[in-house]
Ligand binder design. Structure first.
Ligand code: SF4
Ligand code: SF4
Length: 113
């Protein structure tokens, strides 16, 4: 049986500007080839009344995300967390992050399988 994950990422995407810095930071940290990353910024178009639309950005980890285990063991923040100027991504213990999840909408809690 696989061990239950202890750590994860809390993504508060309300203030995500879609700058893609988190995605690039992960590529630089791990030297991924173009188009690959542990983080993928998705564009979500929300249709509004009167033909208007609102564009949301949602940064979401991919199967390549290793939660920057080598960095966090040294006391550093994951590369994506460190480089997000908007403070959208938070790394920590799942039990602690889960407490914050109920604080407001537009948050996602993620952990590796
Ligand atoms: S999560 Fe942060 S770094 Fe990533 S796209 Fe959003 S604002 Fe930019
Ligand atoms: S936690 Fe590390 S491996 Fe995961 S997406 Fe962020 S930078 Fe990439």
């Amino acid at each position: 049986m696989s061990k239950k994950p202890e750590y994860g990422l809390l993504i508060d995407y309300e203030y995500c500007t879609g700058c893609y810095t988190c995605q690039v930071a992960c590529c630089q940290e791990y030297g991924w080839e173009a188009g690959m990353s542990g983080m993928q910024v998705m564009e979500i178009v929300q249709k509004l009344p009167k033909g208007k639309a609102y564009l949301n950005y949602l940064p979401f980890p991919t199967e390549l995300c290793v939660l920057c285990a080598a960095r966090t063991k040294k006391g550093l923040q994951p590369a994506c967390v460190q480089h997000c100027m908007a403070g959208v991504i938070k790394w920590g213990r799942l039990t602690e992050l889960a407490k914050e999840l109920g604080r407001k909408p537009r948050m996602v809690l993620w952990s590796p399988r």
